[in-house]
Design a protein around this ligand. Sequence first.
Ligand code: IMP
Ligand code: MG
Length: 188
Amino acid sequence: MTQDPHPDIEKVLISADDIDEMIARLAKQITEDYRDKDLLLVGVLKGAFVFMADLARGIDLPIEFDFMAVSSYGSATKSSGVVRIMKDLDYEITGRHVLLIEDIIDSGLTINYLLRYLEARQPASLEICSLFWKKGEQAVPMEVKYPGFEIPPVFIVGYGLDYAEKYRNLPYIGVLKPSAYGAEPPPE
Ligand code: IMP
Ligand code: MG
């Protein structure tokens, strides 16, 4: 089924089929690496909810789930580096194998803050799986064990990612038309 992209989308950067293929690859690798381990997936809300749902269904292991909700943006489109925890974990992670599931790493400030926050609770292991990362934008060196797509430093929406809370339900990754930003200047 082919559908025209949303009228606010200037161009589709990554198709739904390409996303599926990447997720299948990541899920296979995670399944192999955590074969004999008790794995807890920790999703970073809200952006990661679509990715996490698809990734988890590709992982052939008895995983458990938890979520954190963070806010690093306020109304702007650039990370401030100040991360507010809106929802903490429900479970203890001490001694557990934790895989943090992120939608996108831009400056890396959000994920870095979370890593330090979670490391203090002494998990058995702590790794990152992020579906997208913006090339050359990271303010700090990052080790992402399960990286998905490297994308150019442009603002993207869809597949969980929003602009002003919209477009998260688009099944592909797109770039918005300048008119979609309304009175605000386009990000980046
Ligand atoms: P960082 O702290 O700069 O790495 O930003 C990470 C967070 O910013 C992500 O979890 C997203 O919520 C948001 N973000 C960064 N880049 C984009 C983008 O291109 N589109 C939508 N949200 C983004
Ligand atoms: Mg956002």
